[in-house]
Design a binder for this molecule. Structure first.
Ligand code: HMG
Ligand code: MG
Length: 301
């Protein structure tokens, strides 16, 4: 049997943002900075460092400005996540040149996550994306609840594709299409990503799987077969969205890197160095690290 698989895959590390945002206890800013700096030494070239969101909604991210001031490295693609124009205004005051905006396909989720319907968020974000592109920024759009919504249930593929199209028309460089609550099964991942790669062949398409039901690696495999070569992952499998009931962390970066390397697919990321980055933040986390690679390779007590 011949597998149609790529030689190289890009990992976008989302641990410092998606991973840490769900932690209830505030993690000292200095620890976050050390964690990010260690991650920068692993070979990861693209990373979401933090988010500009309401500190009332997500207090963990209230140190976003300090994180950017200490961690931005112009040689790497460092991204900050924002939900609205206020977030974009804050980014414009920093040297960060890459922005991620996020919207849910489902109104029910979007209202809980951003206090707006999907259409209201788009009305605010579309002109903001155009403005950012005019200023030369890299813009990615994160499409939440692309497969399932914790409040509405199954999402129709056509609705996800319609939202992707609106962001493409607005001029984004990348779509990060998310299984927010880790409910997609591999055949659904294959089906949606086959369509998205067919409809938007000239854009960066990234798959963002939460691993709530342990289908993350299987979904990555089926997305690879659908032509996806970019994956958002989180060191240690940390995190989840605080406003998506029952969601847990993204599929763990170190497990993805291990699987891909065993398949002969290059990521440029060093799994052992990831383990040392996770060791640093682990004492501050509310739950244990469950990734297989970490369990087998960490020597931390
Ligand atoms: P709101 O309460 O309607 O907003 O919340 P508001 O405009 O009334 O502002 C409330 C306060 O927040 C004000 O401060 C604003 O200035 C401030 P006050 O005057 O009361 O002192 N504020 C901000 N501060 C910093 N940055 C901002 C910002 N905006 C307002 N950007 C809002 C609306 C969108 C702000 C709120 O709902 C929010 O912050 N939501 C973010 C929720 C979040 O971070 N979710 C997790 C990230 S998304 C995710 O994880 C999914 C993803 O991983 C993909 C997937 O897996 O699906 C990307
Ligand atoms: Mg996420």
């Amino acid at each position: 049997m011949t597998l149609h698989l790529p030689k190289k895959v890009t990992i976008i590390e989302v641990g410092p943002r998606d991973g840490l945002q769900n932690e209830k206890n505030f993690i000292p800013t200095a620890i976050k900075i050390d964690f990010i700096k260690r991650l920068q030494e692993t070979g990861l070239q693209e990373m979401e460092l933090t988010s500009f969101v309401s500190p009332k909604w997500v207090p963990q991210m209230r140190d976003a400005s300090d994180i950017l001031a200490s961690c931005l490295n112009p040689k790497m693609k460092h991204i900050v996540l924002v939900p609205n124009r206020k977030g974009i205004e804050l980014v414009l005051k920093t040297p960060c040149r890459a922005v991620a905006v996020f919207v849910g396909v489902s109104d029910e989720f979007n209202k809980r996550n951003s206090n707006k319907t999907t259409a209201e968020s788009m009305k605010e974000l579309v002109p903001a994306v155009t403005e950012l592109k005019g200023k030369g920024y890299f813009v990615r759009a994160c499409i939440s609840t692309a497969f399932y919504c914790p409040y509405k249930g199954k999402i129709v593929e056509a609705d996800t594709i319609k939202l992707c199209q609106q962001f493409i028309d607005a001029g984004v460089d990348e779509l990060s299409v998310a299984d927010t609550i880790g409910m997609a099964a591999p055949h659904e991942s294959y089906s949606l990503f086959s369509k998205i790669t067919e409809y938007f062949p000239n854009h960066l398409i990234t798959a963002h799987f939460h691993d709530t039901r342990k289908m993350g690696l299987a979904n990555i495999y089926s997305a690879l077969e659908a032509g996806i070569v970019r994956f958002d992952t989180s060191a240690g499998g940390l995190g989840g969205c605080p406003f998506a009931k029952g969601a847990t962390g993204n599929v763990a970066t170190e497990d993805v890197v291990y699987m891909l390397s065993r398949m002969g697919i290059e990521t440029g990321v060093d799994g052992t160095k990831l383990v040392s980055a996770i060791d640093l933040v682990r004492p501050y986390l509310s739950s244990p690290i469950e990734s297989a690679f970490y369990r087998l390779h960490s020597t931390a007590e």
